[in-house]
Ligand binder design. Structure first.
Ligand code: ZN
Length: 170
């Protein structure tokens, strides 16, 4: 099932999501629906609160080397970050039309459970590292706009205001 994506201005995007305590059929269905919604929107990642569900669930497919690989992660957390940082152009399905360079650690390690309750550890760099950090921010109620420098945020002030005016809180 494809969900509607919540946009800037919807309070669920600023909410810290709750950990998932039991990975059951309901969670697996939700992760499948998130992946379907993400692909339907041509996104590389999606967090559950972007479809209005404040649970710590993300899906990411950074399509590395042209190969699609879906990560369905439950309660993901970043356990290591490199000192080296990199600028990457980011967009967000909740902020249509806005693209901006964001600086983040270049390499990270993420630990999580997968949809079968197995422990997974991902060593990521490049787009995968960016997408994982962007989505884990989402479940903490942090959007990429908050990661922009004040000058860059100011550059998008008008677009942000327009998006917010259009948002219909659920
Ligand atoms: Zn996003």
């Amino acid at each position: 099932m494809i969900y509607e994506i919540r946009k800037h201005g919807d309070p669920v995007l600023r909410k810290k999501s709750e950990p998932v305590t039991e990975i059951n059929e309901e969670i697996r269905t939700l992760l499948d629906d998130m992946a379907e919604t993400m692909y339907a929107s041509s996104g590389v990642g999606l967090a559950a609160n972007q479809i209005g569900i404040a649970k710590r669930l993300i899906t990411v497919d950074a399509g590395i080397d042209g190969e699609s690989k879906i990560h369905k992660l439950v309660n993901p957390r970043i356990t290591q970050k490199s000192k080296e940082k990199k600028d990457f152009e980011e967009g967000c399905l909740s902020f249509p039309g806005i693209i901006e360079k964001i600086e983040r650690p270049a390499q990270i390690t993420v630990q999580a459970k997968n949809e079968f309750s197995e422990d997974v550890e991902i060593h990521a760099q490049g787009l995968l590292a960016v997408a994982l950090q962007h989505e884990i921010d989402h479940i903490d109620g942090v959007t990429f706009v908050q990661r922009m420098t004040p000058v860059k945020r100011l550059l998008h002030k008008k677009e942000l205001k327009e998006l917010k005016n259009r948002a219909v809180p659920k």
